[in-house]
Design a protein around this ligand. Structure first.
Ligand SMILES: [Zn+2]
Length: 87
């Protein structure tokens, strides 16, 4: 690959105004994550332009982790009494 203009596919050199997302599993450090690959919308190209952790799955994971931590804190009698004082 070589440097190209922003918004232009480096493979087919067509303007990229939308991306197609393709869900996949990623393996990293012995763990599996939901990921998404961003595909060039040009039907004659369809090369992968980038990939990352699935942002929707990542948001859900963070919300669940924070919720579980808050619930764990509320099970602790000291934290539970403090949280009642803060209401
Ligand atoms: Zn392309």
């Amino acid at each position: 690959m070589f440097p190209t203009l922003p918004g232009v596919c480096p493979w087919c050199e067509q303007s990229v105004t939308t991306l197609r997302g393709h869900g996949l599993n990623a393996q990293f450090g012995g763990r599996s994550f939901k990921a998404v690959a961003y595909i060039c919308p040009n039907p004659m190209c369809q090369k992968v332009l980038g990939c990352e952790m699935d942002p929707i799955a990542l948001k859900t994971y963070i919300v669940n982790e924070v919720s579980e931590q808050i619930l764990e804190q509320l099970k602790d009698p000291l934290h539970a009494s403090l949280s009642r004082l803060l209401r």
